[in-house]
Write a protein that binds this ligand. Structure first.
Ligand code: CCH
Length: 289
């Protein structure tokens, strides 16, 4: 219903490279987690977008409806207030950008600045109202298997190869007991984007962790890393495994496929007519000093 969607500033009025640089400026904080807000910003962009339902066409990043209580309080979104609050610093400097553009742009910035591939990004998302909130249950549960993962991601319009590529984002960040109930990082350098997730899935021995928390796996060698059941499915399910093998061996293939799949994710459900041409967003290291 377009009448309930506020008109945003025309996308041409915003200098997105400046916004990008302002986000890059607030990524690091030695007192937060592993020293970076990057991972939780990637999770925000993903959860804002991953509510998309291709049948009804609703959900997705257009709207930024996680600002409102029903969606902010969905169990899957626990902890994302850290990301949303951090981005308020940038929103104050650039009030003309919509939240929905800001959150997806922040995901792109975080991935690129943590060493990941360039991600094509278009501007033009409009912020919605509380009525545009999606129902709970559209995002995946970590304690389930391949069938659940397929059901959730097929609903967004992704195939097996894209599911495996997107999951490589778990190279970043960690699980927090007070957010999801799960605990720990997937790899040893959780603020560096790489194909480590696939390599460790295949090269480490994984066993069920014995603890009071929800079911998760730990690596036998030093028990400092974790995998969710949904992560393990990428190794145990034949349809997924071929791509896990490929990305474990070939980081360039992973970077290229991740870039396409993540770009698709953050534009799901946004009417094409609303979107700008792709906006070139340079990494800080590639900008003239
Ligand atoms: Fe994820 N993810 N994710 N994930 N995720 C969690 C954390 C991150 C699942 C469950 C969890 C994707 C797919 C899945 C990130 C990016 C992506 C956590 C811990 C759970 C649980 C949350 C906490 O406690 O803080 C499941 C299940 C699936 C699929 O089946 C996809 C796709 C992406 C992005 C492309 C990132 C990044 C994090 C780390 C967040 C942080 O705060 O460190």
């Amino acid at each position: 219903d377009n009448r309930s969607v506020k008109d945003a500033a025309s996308p041409q009025q915003v200098d997105y490279q400046k916004v990008y640089n302002a986000i890059a400026d607030i990524l690091e904080d030695e007192n937060y987690d592993d020293g970076s807000y990057g991972p939780v910003l990637v999770r925000l962009a993903w959860h804002a977008s991953g509510t998309y339902d291709k049948e009804s066409g609703n959900g997705g990043s257009n709207g930024a409806t996680m600002r409102f209580a029903p969606e902010a309080n969905h169990g899957a979104n626990a902890g994302l207030e850290h990301a949303r609050n951090r981005l308020e610093i940038v929103k104050k400097k650039f009030p003309e950008i919509t939240y929905s553009d800001l959150w997806t742009l922040a995901g792109v910035c975080a991935i690129q600045e943590m060493g990941g591939p360039y991600i094509p990004w278009r501007a033009g998302r409009k912020d919605g109202n509380v009525e545009n909130c999606t129902p709970d249950g559209r995002l995946p549960d970590g304690d389930k298997g391949a069938d659940h993962v397929r059901k959730i991601f097929y609903r967004m319009g992704f195939n097996d190869q894209e599911i495996v590529a997107l999951s490589g984002a778990h190279a970043l960040g960690r699980c927090h007991v007070d957010r999801s109930g799960f605990d720990g990082p997937w790899q040893y350098a959780p603020t560096t984007f790489s194909n480590e997730y696939y390599r460790l899935l295949e090269d480490e021995k994984w066993q069920e962790r014995k603890w009071k928390g929800p079911p998760q796996f730990e690596n036998k060698s030093d028990k400092s890393l974790m995998m969710l059941r949904t992560d393990m499915a990428l190794m145990t399910d034949k349809g997924f495994r071929q791509y896990t093998d490929k990305y474990a061996k070939d980081e360039n293939a992973f970077f290229s496929d991740f870039s396409k799949a993540f770009s698709k994710l953050i534009h799901l459900g946004v009417p094409t007519a609303q979107l700008s041409e792709p906006v070139p967003l340079k990494k800080i290291e590639d900008q003239a000093p």
